[in-house]
Design a protein around this ligand. Sequence first.
Ligand code: ZN
Length: 556
Amino acid sequence: MKFSQMPYKRVEKESAVKAYEEFIKQMKEAKSGEEAYAVHKKKDDFEGDINSDITLAEIRHGIDTTDEFYEKENDYYDEFLPELSSLQDKYNRALYDSPYRDYLVSKIGYVAFKNLELGFKSFDDKIVPLLQEENALTSRYSKLIANAKIQYKGEEYNLSGIFKYTHSKDREVRKESWKSVNDYFNSVTEEIDEIYDKLVKNRTKQAKELGYKNYVELGYYRMQRNNYDKNQVETFRSQVKKAFVPFVGKIEKDIADRLGLDKLTLYDLGMYFKEGNPSLICDDEQVLLAGRKMYEELSPETGEFMDFMTDNELFDIKARKTKEQGGYMTFIPRYKSPFIFGSFTGTFDDVGLITHECGHAFQGYLKRNVEVSEHASLTMETAEIHSMSMEYFTYKWMDLFFGKDEDRYKKTHFEDSCIFVPYGCMVDEFQHIVYEKPEMTPAERKAVWKELEKEYRPCIDQSELDFFENGGYWQRQSHIFSSPFYYIDYVLASVCAMQFKVLMDKDYKDAWKKYLVVCEEAGLKYFTEILEDAGLLSPFKDGTIEKLVEELGKKL
Ligand SMILES: [Zn+2]
């Protein structure tokens, strides 16, 4: 079914409530495991159907935010979705409490049942008012950042508008525009401090009401950390400090040499070549055509996937004025179709849409025929392996996008991915400290960040930018506000994707086979079990990062 032909109808509240009440009743009355599982499958089909309509409305609203029909639908779901979660929670409890749980676990999976437990541990009706306040605070932060007014050379820009100056190949332009960003943050930092302070106190209160010592434990449940704890994450971060930080130091020295500088400053980050970063040689249409050729050559599975995506118009990636910002991959269960949303910018980021988001979509495509949706429901650290590894698997075809600049692109991508690893760990460690000591003042939080920068980002000079020099950088990292403890997922996935890079350079076909294992097992097994089956080392195991750095060092 082509995307444009997929019919949409609003999910009516009354009928949804009735349906869930009926499923709950049937689950409780089931006389055998088989009967209970049949009820669950019916519920799963029903949910797939309503999720399809909700997703269609979401995508179409994003494609044109001025479309009145879908704007209304969007407002309707904003209000209805929290009620829907409460219905789902009630159903989940009936499922979990079924006397036939053992049989249900054997059909639906142990990962799904573990996730149910984590869901129960992180929710109770009594924290609803706090959750609503939390939502309002995160929206306040997003709104503030989205409406940033940065004054630069007599013009006003928001953060995405100023990007072309902060990443200009002219160093003076970069420096001056970064100073404008610095001044902007100085002007709003008090408000951001206030928002964050309230968020930390709110989340701490939620944790206490649910009986936890602080928000760290609750945050882990909420992120569905079903397979590792904060001590393991700490082991990972300390390996990064020991082995990865010095490695990135070497990379940054290399970049500084290329740029003709003694050391990199904050405004040099993101610049990889003196003559500017590599640029695309193709327009929107050609990027898609190149993508099709690339996936057809990569493997039979990816070729079939790309035909499916193209034939059914499952991309919306052209930039339009009234389109929502950002890029993502989603899934429409009724048509078993992944969908990719984004806006081409004419820069090398467009290749990310065709590699990273297609990695997510390819995995969704491979698992589109699962018996129940739980078999395809994944946690983020695993999902990001699918996408980040695809960025490396597609290296071979970068000439299609960059022509003679392909090597420069690959270098940029590789170095950028490496520089991200310590940064991501810093974001994570910062949040652990913040939620372990919720009584800290805003100034103390900034001092914590400043100290962490000495450990994780020792080679970057920020002395000309006082806001950043004084430990303010985290205030522009939206995940810290909206999704606590999320960030480490990217880092864990990234070091797994890098292991794939090492493997594919030795034996591409074998690495691809292992990648398919990670795609297939996602949702069915735990993160570390999947890694083991795919022959990857666990990032939590001491020595993994040291070994990885040794291999990556050979590629510099
Ligand atoms: Zn992703």
